[in-house]
Design a protein around this ligand. Structure first.
Ligand SMILES: C[S@@+](CC[C@H](N)C(=O)[O-])C[C@H]1O[C@@H](n2cnc3c(N)ncnc32)[C@H](O)[C@@H]1O
Length: 220
């Protein structure tokens, strides 16, 4: 049987969200404060947050890195999957987003375990390399930066550690006709990311067919 890749029936997502309690008051509070601050509503979906929590737990993540903090929604999800002494280094370009995220971590009782770094991630990541190797790297920032972030992950993950890349379907732009010129570089970067993840030999990898596409690689 040719099973479809993913399942777009919203009733199924509703069922899983309800039964597995994907989003609680603390996460809803983050979304509300992001809205109040006029931030874009581009945090991961509630079910993807649950994937992050569960994958962090599965890999026994004590040291995790996130690229793209926004208001701290996915960061809280990652930390929830980590043990009490687990630490997350999270990178955010916009100082105003980082401020909202710090408050999210504080309200969730996670402030001492979340280090929020402000500035372009590519410039800031080397500052934490001395604390590695890491157990988990979650990539969810500028799409053109994905190949560079993946190279960093390959260098700084422990064997058996995982890299996750959200928006791996690039909002549907990954396949299809010739890209409009203004999107060509971003689309090329996402292709480079996928080819590196799939064929470099540094990872055993797949793409989980979530709504956005969640790329997953285990460092070999
Ligand atoms: C999709 S949002 C992240 C959502 C977040 N992971 C969540 O699910 O709650 C992307 C974030 O990456 C930040 N960003 C964009 N380019 C960046 C860069 N070069 N370095 C660090 N952060 C960047 C944006 O300001 C934005 O807050």
């Amino acid at each position: 049987m040719n099973k479809p890749f993913g399942n777009a029936d919203p009733a199924l997502a509703d069922y899983v969200s309800r039964v597995y309690a994907a989003e609680d008051d603390a996460l809803r509070d983050i979304v509300a404060r992001q809205q109040a601050a006029g931030m874009p509503e581009i945090q991961i979906a509630a079910l993807d947050g649950l994937h992050l929590t569960t994958l962090a737990r599965a890999v026994g993540a004590r040291r995790a890195v996130e690229i793209g903090t926004l208001g701290g929604y996915s960061g809280v999800c990652l930390l929830r999957g980590m043990p009490d002494d687990g630490v997350l280094d999270t990178f955010e370009y916009e100082a105003s987003h980082a401020e909202v995220a710090r408050e999210s971590f504080r309200r969730a009782g996670l402030a001492s375990r979340a280090r929020v770094h402000v500035g372009p991630a590519a410039e800031k990541l080397p500052s934490i390399e001395k604390d590695g190797p890491f157990d988990l790297v979650f990539i969810d920032a500028d799409k053109q930066g994905y190949p560079g972030y993946l190279r960093w992950a390959a260098k700084n993950l422990r064997k058996g550690g995982i890299v996750l890349g959200d928006n791996a379907f690039l909002f549907g732009e990954l396949v299809g006709g010739p890209p409009p010129p203004e999107r060509a570089a971003v689309i090329a970067a996402m292709h480079e990311f996928h080819h590196m993840l799939a064929t470099s030999g540094a990872f055993v990898a797949t793409v989980l067919p979530t709504g956005e596409g969640l790329a997953l690689g285990v460092r070999t």
